[in-house]
Design a protein. Structure first.
Length: 69
């Protein structure tokens, strides 16, 4: 998660600098989270469009910007 936050915070991708506040886990937060897309790829014969974190973030930010208009 920190890797994603650091890449989004990178002005080269988001164009915006913002503070990141690290805090303690909240009640109910898991100690760790692990994810794999293997099941959805198999069930739906789906392939992700991007496999590069910077491309994924850029695409997600562009989508968010379109939704805000």
């Amino acid at each position: 998660m920190r890797q994603v936050v650091e890449r989004v915070k990178a002005k080269a991708i988001s164009g915006v600098d913002f503070p990141v506040i690290n805090g303690d886990r909240r009640d109910g937060d898991p100690a760790s989270v692990t994810a794999s897309i293997q099941k959805i790829k198999k069930m739906l014969s789906w392939q992700p469009k991007y496999n590069n974190l910077d491309a994924i973030i850029s695409s997600a930010l562009a989508w968010e910007k379109r939704k805000l208009k």
